[in-house]
Every structure is written in C-alpha cells, then in structure tokens.
Design a protein around this ligand. Sequence first.
Ligand code: NAP
Length: 249
Amino acid sequence: MSPHILVLGGTTEARELAAELTARPRTRVTTSLAGRVTRPGAVHGELRVGGFGGAEGLADWLREQRVDAVVDATHPFAGTITANAARAAAATGLPLVVLRRPGWRPGPGDHWHPVPSLEAAAGLLPRLGQRVLLTTGRLGLAAFAGLTELRFVVRSVEPPEPPMPPHIRVLLARGPFTVAGETALLRDHRVDVLVTKDSGGAATSAKLVAARDLGLPVVVVRRPPLPDGVTAVPDAAAALHWLDGPHRP
Ligand code: NAP
C-alpha cells in the first residue's frame, strides 16, 4: 500500500519536501497549511488548509486519513502547531520528525541583542534607536504598540492590523531579499535599529549583512524550544533520509 505522509507546511522547506516526496512512486503526500496567507503558492501533492482543532483534532485527522508518518516543516516560530504535532504523534504512535532550518549565528562585526520574546524586544528598543525596521511579521505588532515615540518601518507579506505603534510605514514584500536592496532600504528610511526573529535561512538573511555593514544594532528574538524528545533535522534532504531510515512508513 502507498504510505501517506503528512507535511505540516508554511515554509520553503515544506514545499521542497512535498515536491521530492511526490516524485517518488507509490507515495501519498498531503501538505497542511494554516490558511494565514491569501495566495500561498502551488504545492506538490494534496493540500488541506485550516486548523485541525488542537492536538486531539490533529490526532483524529491522522487516524481518519490513515497517515503513516508526519513531518513538521512549519516555521521555527510556529510553536503551537509543533507542540500539537508532538502530542498527536505520541497519541497515535506515529513517527514524527521536525524539519527545522538552522538558526542564524552572529559573526565578527555584528551587534546582536538576543531576546526571548517580542515583548522583550520592545522593552529594549528605546535604548538602541529611534527608527526601527521591524521584520517580525504582521502578527505580534501589539507588542510594540506602546512605543509611541519611535518611528517604525514594518515589512510583512500581508498588511498588518491593529493594535500597532502609531508612527508606522508598511512595506509589503516577500523574500528573498538582497544585501544591496536591504542596505538601500535601511539607508533610505534612516533606520538605526533592526528587529528580527531568528527565522534562519538564506531568503531573509541579507538584512543581517546590511545591518552589520552599516554598524546597526539588531534585536534578535530567539526561537521557542522544541518539545522534549522530538527528532529534528535541518533540511528537506535530511527529512527524506529520516523517512527512509528505521521509521520508514
Ligand atoms: P502556531 O501559532 O504554531 O499555530 C496556531 C494554530 O494554527 C495551530 O494551533 C493550528 O490550529 C493552526 N496551524 C498552524 N500551522 C498549521 C498548519 N501547517 N496546518 C494546519 N493548521 C496549522 O502557528 P503560526 O505561528 O500562527 O503560523 C501559522 C503558519 O504560518 C504555520 O504553518 C507556519 O509554518 C507559517 N509561518 C509562520 C511564521 C511565524 O513567524 N510564526 C512565519 C512564516 C510562516 P489548530 O490548533 O486548530 O490545529
């Protein structure tokens, strides 16, 4: 029988993995998206969109759809679905692997300020600058809403919604970005501090190089920890290798 693999998606790596898996003979692949983005782009294999209804709902879906293995390829900051996937895999006894791209690391010349949360980032900002490039996503702007004195350039894929800081300019854009483009953006808006999540990956790392070149401080929100006991791999190739190993569905 064809094994059925669920890919929890929303990332480039999830798309890559679905493409690789659907190219294999006798493999059924379903990618699941939360439905946050209006035009998410094509995925290979089957697609389902929307929440499952918590860990229990996900476990029910895994049983109903006769899933044989789960790859959690969600974004490093999508902590709730990752926790739910771990619980649902434990409840159903299914193999689970988390595909998590490595985080960024500071190098010589970087002025990074690691913080545990968006709220902590907001607390630190007034000491670091007045003109902020905020690239932490359109959800979560509420954490910065009280910073009424600061000027924000907010870059996001979809338009942000209130609550948000009063002095805000929105740039709608989707990566990948270049160092030249990011340098121009920081200069044009006279940005003096950058805020980012530690998303990792090459598509959005150019801003870090641009900030280093301009000598700007960067507030880096650390990732939420993975659930205890889960296996994590860094890329789609490693996830395929894992699926071919002792956990082979
Ligand atoms: P989250 O806080 O971890 O999840 C919130 C709820 O959204 C989950 O409990 C689940 O609802 C639903 N959900 C999330 N991912 C899902 C998926 N792949 N398929 C079906 N339901 C899903 O997630 P988030 O941070 O809002 O991110 C939502 C999606 O956007 C994720 O798939 C992630 O890969 C992608 N994304 C997130 C970020 C980020 O910075 N957080 C950045 C880029 C892309 P139920 O409990 O009802 O099942």
